[in-house]
Write a protein that binds this ligand. Structure first.
Ligand code: DON
Length: 262
């Protein structure tokens, strides 16, 4: 690989100062903003390149929505409107499998912090209940959601997740199909169109790679042939990792990953 990830991290490091760690979840406000890590998984060669804070554990937060969506599609299909109940343990097990990381656990302190302060989520859950689109009762749904957000992952776990999506749903580390091809395609489309909040459109033009971010500072991206996991906790106004996106933009440019250029 021509791109040197340590050099790329160095080049993007100063961007950290443009952002701030999430403060609306009190425990996340304590995270050191000066961290930047990356893991790049080449699906064809099976080679993984990691640099910087690539083994630091951080809260997956909204990146977990990619996993929850895949899990829901696998269990219910793409068209069903039927309600089913999923427990956090089932989501955790699926997360460990698709991230190839049995060390993923729930961070109880983050979970409790979200449970205490997640009034916005609570209001949305009641809204969904009123619209009759909530599968579970409000309390159970919120508990499951906050728990899934509090799972602790690394750049490597997210690179593995991205690599499964890049490899049409097949785990490149053992050749096992973990999700259907349709689930992978559908989820990458949703990531490309909505994965970076209000900046999704801007970044589909700038980077051209399906990506999902979380307020813990994580990014998962799935490019042709590559799964990418990035972590840097200082966020921009939209809630996306500033240095993380700068790094992803650089990687996309250097490795020619923009899918709209093909
Ligand atoms: O629901 C929340 O606000 C957090 N638990 C996760 C948010 C996140 O990462 C992206 N959402 N805006």
């Amino acid at each position: 690989m021509v791109l040197n990830l340590n050099d790329a991290i160095q080049a993007c490091w100063k961007r950290i100062d443009e952002g701030q760690v999430a403060t609306y979840i009190p425990v996340l406000a304590k995270v050191d903003p000066y961290q930047l890590g990356v893991c790049l998984y080449n699906v064809d060669s099976g080679k993984k390149d990691c640099a910087g804070a690539s083994n630091v554990r951080f809260a997956i937060e909204s990146v977990s929505k990619v996993i929850a969506l895949l899990y829901a599609i696998e269990r219910l299909g793409l068209t069903t409107v039927e309600d089913h109940l999923s427990s956090f343990d089932q989501i955790l097990n699926f997360t460990r499998e698709i991230c190839n990381d049995p060390q993923i656990t729930l961070n109880e302190e983050i979970y409790q912090s979200e449970l205490r302060t997640g009034d916005m989520n609570r209001s949305l859950a009641y809204y969904l209940k009123a619209k009759e689109t909530l599968a579970n009762d409000v309390t159970t749904s919120l508990e499951t959601y906050f728990k899934q957000c509090s799972m602790m992952v690394t750049c490597e776990s997210l690179a593995n997740l991205g690599a499964v999506l890049a490899n049409d749903g097949i785990a490149p580390w053992n050749g096992e199909r973990l999700i259907s091809s349709d689930a992978a395609t559908y989820t990458k489309s949703v990531m490309m169109t909505t994965g970076l909040y209000n900046q999704s459109g801007t970044y589909s033009v700038k980077i051209g790679v399906p990506t999902k971010s979380g307020v813990g500072g994580g990014l998962v991206a799935s490019a042709p042939k590559y799964g990418i996991g990035i972590f840097s906790p200082a966020l921009d106004q939209a809630g996306n990792s500033v240095a993380g996106l700068a790094l992803l933009e650089m990687i996309s440019r250097e490795l020619d990953l923009d899918i709209f250029k093909y």
